[in-house]
Ligand binder design. Structure first.
Ligand code: GLY
Length: 596
C-alpha cells in the first residue's frame, strides 16, 4: 500500500476509505472506520527534502548504538535493524534473537509504500493439535511446555531480515553483523536486567547444561551485574550468517545443532532439518485504518496486534478522548472498555489466516465498531464483555493464550526518512532455554491454544496444526498524517502489547503528550480484570474507576512488562524518541548529514 495513492488534500475519511479499499492494485482491502476529516487542505508530500536526521530507539544501549553506527555509515533503516537484532540477540537474549521470530513494518519515504514482513515461527510438520495435552488430555503446565522441545517453532527472524534487506538494504549484508560479532568476541557487561532475568529463570528450575554454563557461574549462580560475558559460539554463528545469509540456519552444522537441541529430553519436539530447510518469510500488506486525522498501519495475521490495536482505536474514535485527558477518570474508563471489547474479539477470531478465515474487514468495519462502542456506558463498567459477531465471522471458542515477556521492540528512522518498526521475540524469558550455536531457541509454539476446543466444544481458531503460525500479539505500528510519517511505536509484553501500544498512541495523538510522557503513562491492561500499574496511578483515580465497577488487579503483575519504544516526527520536522524506563533502552539521534 502506498500512502501517496491517498488523496490527503482536504480528504474526508470517506475519500481516504475509498482510496484504501479500491485504489491500490493488489492491496488486500483494509477496513476503515469513520472519524473527523483531516484538518484543512494539506499537500501530500514525498519527503524529498528529509532533514530530520535519523534515530534508533531500542531496548538496550549497545543495540541502539549499533543501529546508529549503521545509520552514520549511510545505512538504511533496514540495514540498522539487522545490526540491532544481531546485538539484541547477544545482550538481551531473554527477549529476542536469531533463534526466534519477528514482524517488521516498513515505510519507504521515496515511494510512500508501507509493507510488512512476517518472520513468525511455524509449527513443524510433526506438530499435532494435542501436543500440549498430557496423557490424560489435560493441558500441560505452562512452564513444562515452555521448556519442552515441543514449544520450539522454526525460527524466522534472520530469514525475514534477509528478505527486507534484499528489498531495502543499502549496505552489504555481511557488514551489518559486525557489531554483534565484535561484541560477542570481546564481551559485554551483564546488565542489571539481564542479571535479574537470569535470576528469574534459575529460580524456576534447572536449565539445560549449555545455557546454565552460559548464564551462570556454576550452574546455579546467576552471572553478576557488570561481569564480562563472551559468546564465541554466537560470534561463529554470526560469521556464517554474514556470509551465507539465512541459509546458515536452514542447513549445515547450525541447523543440525538446532534439531538436536529440540529433540533432547525432556519432552523432545519433532522439528527436522526439512522443517528448517523449508522456512520462508512473507511479505504482507499491512492492515491500516484511519483514526481521527491519522492513518494507522500494523501487522495483519498471524499477529492479532494490528487488528486489535485498530479495534481499540476504532471504538475510541466514537469518543472525544482529547477532551478527556490523561488524568481523567473518563479517559481511562473509555480506554479500559475499548480494550475489553477488542480483546474479546481478538481472543476469539484472530489466528493464522492461512488456516482460519479471519474476518479482518468485519472486525474493523465502521458500523460493527460503532455497535461495539455503543455497548460502553459513560458512567459504569460493562458487567460482562462477550465477543461480538463481526460480519463474516464463524462461531469460534475464545482462547485465553497470549504470550509472555520474552520480546523486544525497536524503531529506526534513517537519514532519508525510511522507517522500521520491528517487534522481535523468543516468547518467554530465554525462549525454551535450549541453546544451539550460541543463541536461544524460541518457545513460540506455546502461543498456540493448548486445547483445540473450548469447554463448550467450539473449535479454537488458534489451535496447533503442522505448518501453522501461532497467533501473536506483536503490534509494530507506523502512523501517518497528511502523507507524512507521524510516529512509530511498539512494545513487548505478550497479549498486553495491544494495550501498551494503544495507550501510547492515545497518549501522543489525543492527550498531546510527548513520546516519553505517553510511554511513561501507567500501563492499564483490560483483557478481563483490569491489570494496572497501580503504583503509577493516582489512588483517587483508581478509587473512582473501582466505583464505576472496574475490578483491578495491581501489584507486581500489574502490567509493568512493557518495553515501549517510539519515535515521533514533530511539526517542525525534528524527531523525538522515547525509551521505556521500565527496561534499559536508549534513544540515539543521528544528526542530518547534508552530504548523503
Ligand atoms: N510471543 C509474543 C507474541 O508473539 O505476542
Amino acid at each position: 500500500m502506498s500512502i501517496k495513492s491517498i488523496n490527503w488534500r482536504g480528504a474526508t475519511c470517506a475519500v481516504l476509505a475509498a482510496a484504501l479499499l479500491t485504489g491500490i492494485a493488489g492491496c488486500t482491502p483494509v477496513a476503515v472506520q469513520g472519524s473527523s476529516p483531516p484538518a484543512g487542505p494539506i499537500e501530500a508530500a514525498a519527503e524529498p527534502n528529509w532533514t530530520s536526521g535519523g534515530m534508533v530507539a531500542a531496548a538496550n544501549p549497545l543495540a541502539a548504538e549499533a543501529g546508529a553506527e549503521v545509520l552514520r555509515a549511510g545505512g538504511s533503516a533496514v540495514d540498522a535493524a539487522v545490526a540491532v537484532q544481531g546485538v539484541l540477540s547477544l545482550v538481551e537474549p531473554q527477549s529476542s534473537g536469531i533463534g526466534g521470530g519477528a514482524f517488521l513494518v516498513h515505510y519507504s519515504a521515496a515511494t510512500g509504500d508501507v509493507i510488512t514482513y512476517d518472520g513468525r515461527e511455524v509449527a513443524p510438520r510433526g506438530a499435532t493439535a494435542d501436543m500440549f495435552l498430557d496423557a490424560g488430555g489435560k493441558p500441560l503446565r505452562f512452564f513444562d511446555a515452555v521448556r519442552s522441545g515441543r514449544s520450539v517453532g522454526v525460527p524466522g527472524a534472520v530469514a525475514m531480515l534477509e528478505l527486507a534487506h534484499r528489498e531495502h538494504g543499502r549496505l552489504p549484508w555481511r557488514q551489518l553483523w559486525r557489531p554483534g560479532i565484535t561484541l560477542a568476541e570481546t564481551g559485554f557487561a551483564v546488565s542489571p536486567r539481564l542479571h535479574e532475568m537470569i535470576t528469574a529463570v534459575v529460580a524456576r528450575g534447572s536449565l539445560p547444561a549449555n545455557s546454565a554454563a552460559y548464564l551462570t557461574l556454576d550452574g546455579k549462580t546467576p552471572r553478576p551485574v557488570g561481569s564480562l560475558l563472551r559468546n564465541p559460539d554466537y560470534a561463529a554463528t554470526l560469521r556464517r550468517i554474514a556470509v551465507q545469509g539465512a541459509k546458515a540456519l536452514r542447513e549445515g552444522p547450525i541447523a543440525e545443532e538446532i534439531v538436536s537441541a529440540v529433540r533432547a529430553d525432556p519432552m523432545p519436539g519433532t522439528l527436522t532439518l526439512e522443517d528448517l530447510r523449508d522456512y520462508r518469510p512473507n511479505r504482507l500488506e499491512p492492515v491500516c485504518s484511519t483514526y481521527r486525522v491519522y492513518l494507522v498501519c500494523g501487522m495483519r495475521p498471524p499477529s492479532s496486534g494490528g487488528v486489535a490495536v485498530l479495534s481499540v482505536l476504532g471504538i475510541l474514535s466514537h469518543v472525544d478522548m482529547a477532551a478527556r485527558g490523561a488524568t481523567t477518570v473518563a479517559g481511562w474508563h473509555y480506554l479500559i472498555e475499548a480494550q475489553r471489547l477488542a480483546y474479546a474479539d481478538r481472543d476469539t477470531y484472530v489466528a493464522d489466516d492461512r488456516y482460519e478465515a479471519v474476518p479482518i474487514a468485519g472486525l474493523l468495519d465502521r458500523d460493527y465498531l460503532a455497535s461495539r462502542a455503543a455497548l460502553v456506558s459513560p458512567g459504569r463498567a460493562m458487567q460482562r464483555v462477550e465477543p461480538g459477531r463481526p460480519p463474516g465471522a464463524q462461531l469460534r471458542g475464545r482462547d485465553a493464550t497470549g504470550g509472555t515477556t520474552g520480546t523486544s521492540h525497536f524503531v529506526v528512522v534513517d537519514g532519508r526518512g525510511n522507517v522500521v518498526s520491528m517487534t522481535t521475540t523468543v516468547e518467554s524469558l530465554f525462549g525454551s532455554q535450549r541453546m544451539a550455536g550460541g543463541f536461544f531457541l524460541n518457545n513460540q509454539l506455546t502461543d498456540f491454544s493448548f486445547t483445540p476446543f473450548d469447554d463448550k466444544g467450539q473449535p479454537i481458531a488458534n489451535a496447533v496444526a503442522p505448518g501453522k503460525k501461532p497467533r501473536s500479539s506483536m503490534s509494530p505500528t507506523i502512523v501517518f498524517r497528511d502523507g507524512r510519517f507521524e510516529l512509530a511505536v511498539g512494545s513487548p509484553g505478550g497479549h498486553a502489547i495491544i494495550g501498551y501500544v494503544a495507550k501510547s498512541i492515545v497518549g501522543m495523538l489525543d492527550w498531546g503528550l510527548t513520546p516519553q510522557a505517553a510511554v511513561d503513562l501507567p500501563n492499564v491492561i483490560a483483557r478481563g480484570l483490569v491489570v494496572a500499574e497501580t503504583a503509577r496511578m493516582d489512588p483517587a483515580l483508581i478509587e473512582s474507576l473501582r466505583a464505576m465497577g472496574h475490578e483491578f488487579r495491581g501489584g507486581r503483575s500489574g502490567g509493568e512488562a512493557s518495553g515501549i519504544h517510539a519515535v515521533r516526527r514533530l511539526s517542525d520536522g525534528r524527531l523525538e524518541g522515547a525509551a521505556d524506563s521500565r527496561r534499559e533502552g536508549k534513544v540515539v539521534a543521528v544528526p542530518y548529514d547534508s552530504t548523503r
